[in-house]
Design a protein around this ligand. Structure first.
Ligand SMILES: [Zn+2]
Ligand SMILES: [Zn+2]
Length: 314
């Protein structure tokens, strides 16, 4: 059983101890961190003031959207660069989940899609959606949550995202819908990290909705929002990267197999509709073909961390 695997995994216990000790040592965010956060935002705000005045934009919205865009773009392109270096210098090849790669035309098309989404659609969406997230004190350093609250909110956000993503994604695989929307994302039968967000606008919207629903419901502080959206983006890159790296934070526990599970979803198009923790697939029995696949590949180094018991459909 997956639940039992978590309790048997010594790394899960080690992580729990580290979380407990960290929370005990730093029960509240230090005043220094809080003040630096305020100083950074205030300096950044002054930097953007001329642009806001010139373009008749709201300064607060501009600061919020720009901060998010910078964090997400730095995470996105630096992670892509890491995979490019691994491919180019043939590093960690034994952890590759598949050997094929998409043609240059597909990669070019995907790149245009990514550039449009990242540098036009996302900044505009962030700018205009700011009032939805702007709770009292959400941009104040003194309101930054403590470590345990941050982890708790991240966990709840991931669970909400996993649930929405699983059911929407499973619906998109219905034959009457698939060819109209989700087929675009599955054009990458051999996924690459760049293809993470290569999808139909309707799917883009549903994925974005699944991602932001948690912080919206929790009325999270901007630090939780920044951390969570960055974590989610890097996890998605990991899932499409074709690498199941032993040092990936998304392969940390025996029951976390983001990259192998989603790679199987692309290469076999059979089940595995989940995102981060894959628990809905286990609960609903939509991982049965994947379990057989793992059985066949359990000696491969690329599946070093994968532990699966027999899937039990509801
Ligand atoms: Zn799919
Ligand atoms: Zn995918």
């Amino acid at each position: 059983m997956l639940g039992q695997s978590v309790f048997r995994d010594p790394k899960a216990w080690a992580i729990s101890v580290v979380i407990g000790v960290t929370h005990f040592a730093f029960p509240n965010p230090s005043p220094f961190v809080a003040s630096q956060f305020d100083v950074l935002l205030s300096n950044f705000s002054e930097l953007l003031r001329p642009l806001a005045t010139f373009a008749h934009l709201n300064l607060d919205k501009l600061v919020w959207a720009s901060t998010n865009v910078i964090l997400l773009e730095v995470s996105f392109w630096s992670t892509l660069l890491m995979y490019y270096v691994f491919d180019h210098f043939q590093l960690f090849q034994k952890y590759k989940l598949h050997s094929g790669s998409p043609g240059p035309q597909m990669v070019r098309e995907c790149l245009y899609d990514v550039l449009l989404g990242h540098f036009l659609v996302r900044p505009v969406l962030l700018y205009f959606s700011m009032p939805l997230f702007a709770n009292p004190g959400w941009l104040l350093g003194s309101n930054i949550p403590n470590f345990l609250t941050l982890l708790k909110e991240l966990f709840i956000c991931i669970m909400i995202d996993d649930t929405v993503f699983y059911w929407v994604h499973r619906s998109l695989h219905h034959p009457s819908i698939y060819k109209h929307i989700h087929k675009q994302h599955h054009a990458f039968k051999q996924p690459i990290a760049l293809a993470t967000e290569y999808s139909h606008p309707v799917e883009d919207f549903s994925n974005t909705f699944a991602t932001v629903l948690g912080p919206l419901l929790l009325k999270s502080h901007s630090v939780v929002f920044y951390t969570y959206t960055t974590l989610k983006l890097v996890q998605s890159l990991d899932a499409h990267s074709s690498y199941n790296l032993p040092f990936s934070p998304f392969s940390l526990l025996e029951t976390m197999d983001c990259a192998p599970a989603h790679d199987f979803h692309h290469t076999h198009n059979a089940g595995n509709f989940g995102g981060f923790f894959i628990f809905w697939d286990w609960l609903c029995g939509t991982d049965q073909r994947y379990v057989l696949h793992l059985e066949k590949n359990k000696t491969s180094p690329a599946y070093f961390n994968v532990v699966k018991s027999v899937s039990q459909p509801l």
